[in-house]
Design a protein around this ligand. Structure first.
Ligand SMILES: [Zn+2]
Length: 150
């Protein structure tokens, strides 16, 4: 008896691209914020994003047991509040010299849904690189309800 198993090939490997021009500046901006502003408890990760006009926006996480937002989500709101749109690339950096952090599952879903062309800076075994958000969430959940205007 055979199974109808759709995946028979090898596990696909994540292809991580190199950093592009301006990415180091983005990482530096997030690093500056987290080094300057982390309190080691509530605010421990900073994120920076570059919008379509080339402007950088920064934000920090707000840890709380009820589900406080990650830095990646806070910076989406910060960018919008400053008039930023068409976000191009995002990076998050952890306090305590943790360096660049990969977005959590919730953030991957939010970023993919709201900014599907976003590039994400991620740590790899070979250093820091970048990938399209869609590559970080293969077979992602698709919203079936009507999207609200934004
Ligand atoms: Zn997250």
């Amino acid at each position: 008896m055979g199974h109808d198993h759709p995946t028979t090939g090898p596990t696909p490997q994540l292809r991580c691209g190199p950093l592009l021009e301006g990415d180091a500046e983005l990482i530096d901006a997030a690093t500056d914020v987290v080094d300057r502003s982390s309190d080691g408890a509530v605010h421990t990760v900073a994120a920076a994003v570059r919008d379509g006009s080339g402007r950088l926006h920064v934000g920090m996480n707000v840890y709380h047991f009820t589900g406080g937002p990650c830095a990646e989500l806070v910076v989406l709101g910060s960018a919008r509040a400053a008039g930023g749109d068409h976000l191009e690339v995002i990076a998050a950096v952890g306090a305590g010299n943790r360096g660049v952090l990969s977005p959590c599952g919730r953030c991957r879903q939010v970023l993919a849904d709201l900014h599907p062309r976003l590039r994400v800076i991620v740590p790899t075994a070979d250093g820091v690189g970048s990938v399209p958000i869609r590559d970080l969430l293969p077979f992602g959940y698709e919203q079936t309800y009507e999207r609200r205007p934004r």
